[in-house]
Each structure stands twice: as C-alpha cells, then as structure tokens.
Write a protein that binds this ligand. Structure first.
Ligand SMILES: *Cc1c(COP(=O)(O)O)cnc(C)c1O
Ligand SMILES: *[C@@H]1O[C@H](CO)[C@@H](O)[C@H](O)[C@H]1NC(C)=O
Length: 563
C-alpha cells in the first residue's frame, strides 16, 4: 500500500510542472480568441467527430457495402459504361414488353371505363376471351407450385362460400359475428394442427408474405421495447425472400447463414456464432422453398431457448403437409409447438390447404408475442382504431372460403392429399436421380424436388422442358431447377409423363453437354455472374414495369376495348 502511495506522489511531482506549462501554453494561444469562438469551435469539432464516427460505424449500412455501392455507381456513371448499360437495359425492357404483348395476341387493352356498364352476359363473354389467352395447362401437372388446386368439387364449395360472405368485412366484428367466429375457428384449428397449447394464438393474413411480415414486425417491436435500437434477424440463405422484404420494410438487419451444400439445411453452428445482443429472432424453414429441405428446427429452437431469442418455423409451404405426414405414414422431424423454444409458425392455407389465394395464418405459442403485431391508434378522430394485421378492411369472403376448404377436407382428406403428394414427390425424386447427368440437390422430404447437373448447364433442361409445356422454377446460387409437386401431379400418369419428357430432354442435352444455353437460362446464367446486384434489380424493375404495360400490340389506336 505504502509503495503505491509513494509511486503516485512521485509521478504527481514529476508530471505537475509539465501540466502547468501545457496549461499556460494553451491559455496563451487562446488569448487571441473570444470566449464564444472557443465554445463554437469546440462544439463544431465535437459534432464533426460524432458524425464521422457514425458514418464509419453505421449499423444499418456497413461501410464496406457503401464503398462497394459507391464504386459501382462511379463505374456505371463513366460515359462509355453508361451508354452501354442504357442500351442493354432498353433492349431488355423492350424484350420483356414484347413478350407480354405476344401473350395477349390481338386483344386490345381497356383503358377507360366503358361509357355504359355491361350486362353480366357481356362481362362473362369478355372474360372468356381473356381466359383463352392462357396456354399453360396447370391442371395436367405441368407447372411447379403456383396453382394449388384442390379438385373440381372444391371450386363450387369455395365460390359458394365466397358468395355467401361477399359483402362482409371482418374489420367490424360487432357487425359480423359470423365471420369473427369463422376466423377464430380457422386459427384455432391451425393451432391444434401444430400442437399449440391453450395459450397458442394467431391471425389470418392475406398470404405467406403477410404472415412473415407480421411476425417479423412483432419480434422487431418486441426487441425495440427491450431497448434494442436496430434489431437483427438470423435466417438461412434458403429462407423465403419475404424475410428480406420484412427487413427492408421494417428497418431490420438480416443476416443470412449458409446452408450445407449437400443437404441444403442451415448450418446451426454458424447460426449460433452470428447471434449477438441485437438478435431478435431465429428462423428455419419446413421445408424451404428452393430445395424442399427441412431445417433442423429442434437445434435452432435449442439455440433460441439458450439465448432467450424467439424462433420461427416458416411452414408456409409445408403448412398442410407436415402436420399430416405422420398419419400418412412418413417420418417427419418435429417442427411445431411441441418443440420447446419455437414461438411462431407461418402456414399457408392457400397452398396445400387448398383455400383460394389470399389466405394464410401466422401462429404464436403465446399471446405475449402476438400483441406486438397489433396496431392501435387511440387518438384517431375517426375513433379508436385497432387492427390485427397489415390490412384495414378485409375480405370475410376469403376467410369463409378458407374455412369451407378446411371443413371439406377434414383431417382425413388432408392426410390423403399429403400421402399422394409426398409419395409422388419421392417417386419423381428417385426417378430423376437415376437419369445420367442429373443429381438431386437437398433432401426432397416433403413436396419439392430440386435437380442440378455437374455435366451441363441445368438451365438448358428447364428451357427444353419449357418447350414441352412444363414450367419449372429456376434457382440460383447454386444453379438448379425445381419441381414443386401439387395435386395435379398426383393424377395417374402425370408424374410418368413428366419423367418421360425429362429423360428425353436430358438425353438430347447430353449429346453435347458443353453447348451454350439460350432463353431464360442464359439470362439467369448471366445474371448470376453480374457482381453488381443493383443492375439485376434494375432489370427486374423493368419486368415489373412491363407487367403494367397497356401498349396495344397490333392496333396502336386508342380504344376503350368495348365493341
Ligand atoms: C410460398 C412461401 C412463402 C410465402 O409466399 P406467398 O407467396 O406470400 O404465399 C413463404 N415461405 C415459403 C417457404 C413458401 O414456400
Ligand atoms: C395520443 O395522444 C396523447 C395526448 O395528446 C399523446 O401523448 C400520445 O402520444 C398519442 N398517442 C399516439 C399513439 O399517437
């Protein structure tokens, strides 16, 4: 103790003169300034240092990303590059628009309201003309996913239910006790499908994307309440793009965790090391859209429990398959509320639930989470405003149709459709794996089969199949294609017809495996090699623009389309 005291006094005695000298020097050099100048200068410098610090350590836009972006922006603005890019972009835009126009033949666009309203007969006649433009025969099992048809009989059931509830609005539960009861029942049935206890709860939404948006919003709001300024979600690279959409919309950071290159399941070890104090949720898919693999939810849930972070199972695609797989006679990993740590599940009724498009559910293990997705404005001059989901007014008709589909199938019905779909998926996967030149990517445990090739550009296969009337989904990073099996594929002969075409296309391609790829495949191949993803986004934007094009294909004269 004494020693410390002595050293301290020594230091003080030796340093004191220097401090004194420094003080006098600083004061002398400040003499020429007035007090307010010193204050202003100090204030200015502090402000500058703070903003430099914030610029460098911005959590939302890391400096590396900004430098890369700045570099690409600079290069793109160089006169020669700029001209070339513009030419390429214009060509692409024209190509997309031409493609859409070819699709509508010589049917002119309606651009103004018809001066006089039409009769039902006239309207139906017009709509028949529109429908005649469709060439893809999804009902024959030629399409991957997209249309989840539940059979001929169901069309009448859901449209009749729609008719009964066409003029309802669940925003006013006091006016519509019927729709309130129906919605609550759909949610409860789904909670029970996923083995939720009496605390489990949820809401109906307009689709998988909205279910995901709402749950991300809930976990973000919860994290903010806990004092996290910039909440982060940790997801597999294979997770649905709706999570990126949520991150962009709700000002969250999204960290993508690589998946195993063979099984395409998320690497839980890497997920664990990405967890930090800002992490507000962990996610896995059951199954993931690209390869149909089921992420190890039990391991992810264990991480969630250990670190006190909510865990979401994205069961949008598997929502009406996974809960019935066991009863249908298949092994299935546990991904639902039976697993401690899983706090929410999204399930699409409008996929394998066979409800009409525009319905999905988001479920929580406890009301404690759901409350964070609700929106309330107590001060609105239009009254106290409270809404459970993104929409304000909603369609009670879609909810009633969804209920009707679920009641029509019942557990037995869904167990049977699940059996058919999984059986067909596994059959197709086994047969595709036998084709020389192809290999299966990931584990086709549920309803998706992804294939890739070591020998040729796999997009040549999707192009060749497209020529035969088959629409498969194109995957990237790595390049692959997939078939999402739906009920039409389970019809007798449908799977074999597809396999026959696939075999003959691959045989043809293997005659010259190194040949170049044209069509959509070429675009995808090229797009993956463009390091500047903002270019790709720009071109995708042109595609969306073109969707709203009403430039007449043949007759450029303005027409209101009423003949
Ligand atoms: C379909 C799907 C979604 C949501 O998509 P929507 O088109 O909005 O219904 C989310 N995750 C997975 C895995 C899906 O397959
Ligand atoms: C409602 O009004 C009160 C009082 O004016 C205000 O303090 C509060 O922030 C308002 N709430 C919302 C959600 O706007």
């Amino acid at each position: 103790m004494e020693v410390v005291k002595k050293v301290a006094t020594d230091v003080a005695q030796n340093v004191a003169p220097y401090l004194e000298e420094a003080r006098l020097k600083v004061n002398a050099s400040c003499q020429q300034f007035e007090g307010w100048q010193i204050i202003a200068f100090t204030f200015g410098v502090t402000l500058m240092l703070v903003s430099v610090y914030q610029w460098i350590f911005d959590e939302e836009y890391p400096i590396k990303a900004r430098i890369v972006k700045g570099f690409f922006k600079f290069v793109k603005n160089l006169p020669i590059v700029k001209g070339k890019i513009q030419k390429e972009v214009d060509k692409n835009a024209k190509g997309v628009e031409d493609g859409f126009q070819k699709g509508i033949g010589s049917l002119p666009y309606v651009k103004r309201l018809p001066a006089k309203g039409m009769s039902e007969a006239q309207i139906m006649k017009e709509l028949d003309k529109y429908q005649s433009l469709v060439t893809v025969e999804w009902s024959k099992g030629t399409v991957s996913g997209a249309v989840y048809n539940g059979g001929e009989e169901l069309t009448d059931i859901i449209t009749n239910a729609y008719k009964k509830f066409a003029w309802t609005n669940p925003l006013h539960p006091d006016m519509f006790p019927d729709v309130r009861k129906i919605e609550a029942e759909v949610v409860r049935m789904c909670c029970n499908m996923f083995n939720g206890d009496s605390n489990s709860c949820g809401t109906i939404t307009t689709g998988g994307t909205e279910s995901i948006l709402l749950m991300c919003l809930a976990y973000r709001n919860r994290a903010r309440e806990q004092g996290i300024r910039y909440p982060e979600m940790i997801v597999p690279t294979t997770v649905h793009a709706a999570f990126d959409k949520a991150a962009a919309m709700f000002h969250m950071k999204i960290t993508h965790i690589p998946v195993d290159p063979i099984t395409c399941k998320v690497n839980v070890r890497k997920m664990r090391s990405a967890i930090n104090k800002n992490t507000c949720m962990l996610v896995g898919s059951a199954p993931g859209f690209p390869h149909g693999s089921v992420d190890p939810m039990e391991e992810i849930a264990a991480l969630g429990l250990k670190y006190g972070i909510p865990v979401h199972t994205d069961c949008c695609l598997g929502g009406f398959l996974i809960p019935f797989m066991e009863k249908a006679g298949f092994d299935v990993p546990k991904v639902d509320f039976r697993v401690p740590g899983i706090t929410s599940i999204s399930a699409d009724t409008h996929k394998y639930g066979f409800a009409p498009k525009g319905s999905s559910v988001i479920l929580y293990s406890d009301k404690e989470y759901r409350k964070y997705q609700f929106f309330v404005q107590p001060n609105w001059s239009g009254g106290i405003y409270a809404s459970p989901t993104l929409a304000g007014s909603r369609s009670g008709a879609i909810i009633a149709s969804c209920w009707a589909a679920m009641m029509h199938f019942g557990e037995q019905g869904y167990v049977e459709t699940t059996r058919q779909i999984i059986k067909t998926t596994r059959y197709i996967a086994a047969e595709l794996a036998k084709i020389p030149g192809l290999y299966i990517l990931g584990e086709p445990q549920v309803s998706v089969v992804a294939v890739a090739s070591h020998d040729f550009n796999i997009f040549r296969l999707s192009d060749a199949l497209h020529d035969k009337g088959y629409c498969l989904s194109v995957l990237q990073f790595p390049s692959a294609i997939h078939l999402c099996v739906t009920l039409p594929h389970t019809k007798p002969g449908a799977a074999d017809a597809f396999l026959k075409e696939a075999r003959s296309c691959v045989k043809e391609i293997m005659k010259d495996p190194k040949a170049k790829c044209g069509g959509i495949g070429a675009i995808y191949g090229m797009s993956q090699s463009i390091p500047d993803r903002s270019m790709v986004s720009e071109i995708a934007g042109l595609f969306l623009d073109a969707c709203y094009s009403t430039t007449d294909p043949v007759d450029p004269k303005e027409t209101n389309g009423v003949h």
